[in-house]
Write a protein that binds this ligand. Structure first.
Ligand code: B12
Length: 498
């Protein structure tokens, strides 16, 4: 058998097994092999976990194990062999006879189980969250979570581990099971088994009630305080986003024309920084002509979405916004392509400094990225509002007619097999005509984030110095005392020593 495995120097006919030092972690991003000094964290799905579990009690010929796993998940053997080679390269699988991390001590081979109380069903509407990151060791076909003293807290199958990871963001048990089914089409656990597992996670202390004010997850993380604090903030923001999106959906559903409004959805994945450019565009569009666009569009307040989850927002045709910078262009293009493949009548609008402006670059961009519908040049607020204005009633219901965009300055768009570029747009002279996404509440779900200093806009204008103002906000947010003789600073609500 010739395959990637042989090319990378691992013989498919050789016996392989799971390394005794292999460990996986569940974090907010999902399940992954732990990062090492040499290798980044490697995401794992049920297939990879099943392979690691299968090969952890004893070794097996690589091709035989790959065949069995392939048959189980409806894959080709070559695909699974590709995975085997990745896991070998990553050190999680080792060939028989090759050196392998630590030898197991007697206690680690036969750990004493922790005595846990009897598991009770988990309440269905309570929001709960898995303590993340939580690390699992792979042992005898299972994923074991242990106390620091080595005692065994919980042992999960591969399917049990992916079920546990569906709780990695705060949610109800219906949401967690929904995520589990969406992420694992082979549906490896029925609802009763899922609920029983959730109850076990709960008594083991790994699944905890989520309190947005004092999330107590992160208990199991033997990492630095900063790490825990970052996780707490990340989860708080995810939770606040979910609450805001659910509340908004309920409000829109009440409106007589709610169902006909076309969703406008920003795509942004960095929880640490709210997407200022997208926020300005949406704040401007919402205020445009006294809110006229709100009658045709539903501005969804989901300011945070991981690329792996874009399928969650592809339920109906929508307008998707991408703000391209040198650091996120690749991820944006990937998400845009996925969205367009799942929802071909949705419209994708790309803008931002890394969106091409010169004619030949624009032509190439549209040619290389057939999923991009509209590219906006330069300042975007007025262009975006006009795009929505001319497309009202023409998008969201089958293939869209983009031809009216010819009258909107500052953009290029795809019209059949042509690319149309309109003249440049004058810049907005009155910057006060652009509302702040902070002051209008669009970014409220980011309140727990480290970018809170951006709340500087809410500070009264007692004085103008931008650096002093940053210090004042930071001291307010973090309860710090300032050392200053400045009478102007004393006018703010801030503790001062002098
Ligand atoms: C301030 C700033 C920083 C600050 C950020 C501070 C902070 N906390 O936000 C600091 C100093 C940290 C910084 C760092 C860097 N920066 Co800088 N930065 C800027 C600067 C000067 C302003 C950015 C800004 O806030 N603009 C205001 C916002 C609202 O404007 P905007 O993002 O352009 O969005 C408007 C339009 O582009 C458009 N638009 C944007 N997205 C979308 C989406 C749609 C759908 C539509 C319709 C329109 C649209 O409409 C928006 C509103 O008008 C710009 C240059 C500039 N004058 O714009 C460079 C700039 C963004 N930075 C740049 C770079 C390269 C960097 C660094 C990589 C530099 C480095 N080598 O380290 C780092 C990396 C930062 C990171 N993410 O890791 C480049 C990006 C180039 C590119 N092709 O993407 C820029 C454009 C400078 C340049 N000309 O080279 N930066």
């Amino acid at each position: 058998m010739t395959s990637d495995v042989e090319r990378r120097g691992v013989d498919a006919d050789r016996r392989i097994r799971t390394s005794r030092s292999a460990m996986v972690a569940v974090s907010v991003a999902g399940i992954a092999l732990l990062r090492t000094t040499r290798m980044p964290a490697t995401p794992l799905d049920l297939v990879g976990l099943d392979l690691l579990a299968r090969l952890s009690p004893e070794s097996e010929v690589a091709a035989v194990a790959a065949d069995a796993v392939a048959a189980r998940f409806g894959l080709t053997t070559d695909v699974v062999l590709g995975l085997v080679s990745l896991l070998v390269e990553r050190g999680a699988l080792v060939a028989d006879g090759e050196p392998d991390g630590h030898a197991p001590s007697p206690t680690s081979s036969h750990p004493t189980p922790v005595d846990l109380p009897e598991a009770k069903p988990v309440g269905s509407d309570e929001h709960q969250v898995l303590a993340v990151p939580t690390v699992f060791r792979i042992h005898q076909g299972n994923f074991e979570h242990r106390h620091h003293d080595g005692r065994l807290v919980l042992s999960l199958s591969a399917a049990g581990l992916v079920a546990a990871s569906s709780w990695r963001e705060p949610c109800s048990s219906d949401d967690a099971y929904g995520r589990f089914l969406a992420e694992n089409p082979s549906n490896p656990l029925d609802r009763t088994s899922f609920d029983a597992l959730s109850a076990r996670l709960r008594v083991a202390g790994l699944l905890q009630p989520f309190d947005p004010d004092r999330p107590n997850n992160g208990h199991s993380a033997a990492t630095a305080d900063e790490n825990r604090e970052a996780i707490r903030r990340h989860l708080s923001i995810l939770h606040a986003t979910k609450v805001a999106v659910d509340q908004h959906a309920a409000d829109v559903a009440q409106l007589p024309d709610g169902a006909s409004r076309v969703p406008v959805i920003p795509i942004h994945e960095n929880w640490m920084i709210p997407p200022l450019s997208l926020g300005l565009l949406v704040a401007y569009a919402k205020a445009h002509r006294n809110g006229a666009l709100e009658g045709s569009y539903d501005f969804v307040p989901r300011w945070l979405i991981q690329p792996a989850k874009v399928s969650e927002v592809c339920g109906r045709p929508a307008i998707f916004l991408f703000s391209n910078y040198i650091w996120n262009q690749g991820a944006n293009l990937e998400s845009s392509a996925r969205i367009k493949s799942m929802s071909p009548t949705s419209i994708t609008i790309h803008g931002g400094p890394d969106t091409p402006k010169y004619e030949a670059d624009v032509e190439r961009y549209f040619h290389d990225h057939p999923h991009v519908d509209i590219a906006v040049r330069g300042e975007g607020e007025a262009t975006f509002a006009e795009i929505l204005e001319v497309l009202a009633g023409r998008v969201g219901h089958g293939p869209a007619d983009l031809s009216p965009l010819s009258d909107v300055a500052g953009l290029s768009f795809r019209l059949g097999d042509r690319i149309v570029t309109t003249p440049d747009r004058e810049r907005i002279s009155d910057l006060d005509s652009i509302p702040s996404p902070y002051l209008t509440g669009l970014f409220d779900s980011f309140a727990a984030g480290p970018g809170r200093a951006a709340m500087i806009e809410t500070l009264p204008w007692h004085h103008q110095d931008p650096f002093d103002r940053l210090l004042i906000v930071q001291s307010q947010m973090e309860n710090l005392t300032l050392l200053s003789t400045d009478a102007e600073i004393a006018r703010y609500e801030v503790a001062i020593i002098w």
